[in-house]
Design a binder for this molecule. Structure first.
Ligand code: M6R
Length: 592
């Protein structure tokens, strides 16, 4: 995964490192095993360490790091454990070239062996370190810097977003294959990063880099040649690519909340409102998607983690209409064979998840039409799709998907109604359901506080409540480190109930009345379980209960989603874990 940033400026040298570290902080959801910066002034200097961005700011006097060209990196370890040495940026033998990289180089062992034969000395166990040495090697053979960089990119195989600085010029060289890279155009400073929110406080003018492109960036405006891009040797007209985005900078800051996760849950009503109005404003695109879905023999709904749960919910809605909808866990895509009669709905907040990309790559090659629902404009997955739909949740920084999940569910309800030819104006009130539900967040927090004392929990649901129960269990597991499992409530009797002893917490998610959950509550109570429920409109008579009133039952998942998130968030806070940066995780998973 990893987050990379490059900044090249005409401003005073002193501020740039500070800005780079601030950008890295906003990128650290992509990985937080280690952090480092390289600055190019008269000399090339590298400062790096194992740990998070805040540790870096405490350890080093960032203001004293000077240079007008800066690279930064925050790492999610793949090759080599998180250590100071394995932290990026990596350099060549003569300390003239520094590189940061997001991705994996598959042929690095062969290249490393060749470079070692030629006398290159390596300091880390990473795949990335071969890049500065290859550039150095090509330069030794007489190439200029850009040619040496391009020759290096041609030599490596794998996935990458690479930034390099080379002593002798004030450029940031870049290359991209599979991993995201976007340029931000500022006044006297240009940025290049893994994502837009990292530089959002400084500019909203962007240029998205596509696969197999290489180029370089200076501090000049693109009109004066500040951005140069090539695709397979052909120069790209950069000015045609410039876009202005409408995200606001505040959405990438905590604004007084203790954690991004809490802030983002609280933003859910606005995210849902903007998502629905965004889709209604783009109704032609929505109807294109609807036509494809309706004309299909089968619909495969592909996603990972939280996005899979949104897709599972959608598949149940469609199956109940007699539509052949198949929920697919993205990483298991190879089990499915599609054809020109099928369509694919790919759901991904980031629009980057590699498993989803691999899945749609295969299904597209088999002739299926691809529709995507992502939260990031011009994301990799959107660009791979025949029809791209968006949630308008704004940037989500916390690793746990919260407002984006609620917005995905709202979008899918709209698609479901459109598929049924049903009037979907009821969705204009969807955000009110979320808002009303958040007024009960104190009760969900109280559940979370009790759960924080436990080591295990079950979340049970039936029908459309099952994906919500699964999402609740995932949230509690990933941020509060409590072992929690979700089951269809009826299935709990076929094994899971064996673990239930006195006080074992079982949380029922009860969105649809009369599916039989009452019986399951009694079965659990009879075995001493402490029962909880989050119910819509009708009590389940559990030991503790949150009862939510929802007038339009179609909208009930939007009432439950924020409360399960609050419950998990509060458990994490009580346990003292960092809900924004849970251990071993990264928000965007671009490895298999
Ligand atoms: O960006 P995506 O929606 O494709 O991400 C998929 C999962 O990695 C993601 O939903 C993950 O499960 C969340 N961090 C859970 O909160």
């Amino acid at each position: 995964m990893c987050g990379i940033i490059g900044i090249v400026t005409k401003r005073r040298e002193g501020q740039t490192a500070e800005i780079a570290v601030e950008c890295l902080d906003r990128l650290s959801y992509r990985g937080y095993d280690s952090v480092g910066v390289a600055t190019l002034g008269d000399n090339l200097e590298v400062v790096k360490m194992k740990g998070k961005v805040e540790d870096f700011s405490h350890k080093f006097d960032v203001n004293s790091i000077r240079g007008k060209v800066i690279l930064g990196h925050t790492r999610w370890a793949t090759h080599g454990p998180p250590t100071d040495y394995n932290a990026h940026p990596h350099t060549d033998c003569s300390n003239s070239i520094a590189v940061v990289h997001n991705g994996t180089i598959e042929n690095f062992r062969e290249l490393k062996a060749e470079l070692e034969m030629l006398g290159h000395k390596f300091k880390s166990q990473t795949d990335t370190e071969i890049i500065p040495h290859l550039i150095e090697e090509f330069k030794r053979r007489g190439m200029d810097s850009f040619s040496a960089f391009k020759a290096t990119v041609n030599a490596i195989e794998g996935t990458y977003a690479i930034l390099a600085v080379i002593r002798g010029d004030n450029r940031i060289y870049f290359a991209k294959k599979y991993n995201p890279l976007v340029i931000g155009i500022g006044e006297d400073t240009n940025y290049i990063s893994s994502d837009i929110p990292s530089f959002l406080p400084y500019t909203k003018t962007i240029v998205v880099i596509s696969d197999d492109e290489v180029g370089y960036l200076t501090a000049d405006s693109p009109l004066n040649g500040g951005v140069y891009i090539e695709h397979k040797g052909e120069k790209i007209e950069v000015n045609d690519r410039i876009k202005i985005i409408n995200w606001d900078a505040e959405s990438a800051s905590k604004e007084g909340y203790r954690h991004f996760m809490e802030k983002e849950i609280m933003e859910s009503p606005r995210s849902v409102k903007e998502t629905i109005s965004g889709l209604l404003a783009d109704i032609d695109e929505v109807m294109k998607a609807v036509k494809i879905l309706k004309d299909s023999r089968r619909i495969l709904i592909v996603g990972a983690g939280t996005s899979y749960h949104a897709g599972l919910l959608f598949s149940i809605l469609l199956q109940r209409e007699g539509i052949n909808a198949i929920p697919v866990i993205a990483s298991e895509y190879y089990n499915y064979r599609t054809s020109t009669d099928d369509s694919i709905l790919a759901i991904s907040q980031s629009g980057e998840t590699l498993d989803v990309r691999l899945a749609i790559g295969k299904f597209k090659a088999e002739g299926s039409k691809i529709i995507s629902l992502t939260n990031v404009i011009y994301s990799e997955i959107s660009r791979q799709s025949d029809v791209s739909l968006y949630t308008s949740a704004g940037p989500e920084i916390g690793v746990a998907a919260t407002k984006t999940f609620t917005s995905q569910v709202a979008s899918l309800l709209l698609l479901w109604s459109a598929i049924k030819d049903e009037d979907f104006s009821y969705l204009r009130n969807a955000h009110i359901v979320v808002e009303d539900s958040l007024s009960l967040s104190g009760k969900a927090s109280a559940f979370g506080e009790e759960l924080a004392k436990q080591s295990n929990a079950y979340f049970l649901g039936r029908g459309l409540s099952l994906p919500l129960a699964m999402e609740a269990a995932l949230k509690v597991k990933e941020i509060a480190y409590i072992h929690s499992e979700a089951y269809p409530a009826g299935e709990s009797k076929h094994g899971p109930i064996a673990l239930v002893t006195q006080g074992f917490p079982v949380i029922f998610i009860n969105g649809e009345e009369d599916l039989g959950l009452q019986d399951n509550v009694q079965e659990m109570k009879a075995r001493g379980s402490k029962t909880y429920s989050i119910s819509i409109n009708k009590s389940l008579n559990t030991d503790r209960e949150i009862l939510i009133k929802v007038n339009d039952k179609r909208l009930f998942p939007l009432a439950i989603a924020p409360l399960i998130q609050i419950l998990a968030y509060r458990s994490a806070v009580i346990k003292g874990t960092d809900p924004d940066k849970p251990r071993n995780l990264a928000k965007t998973v671009t490895v298999r």
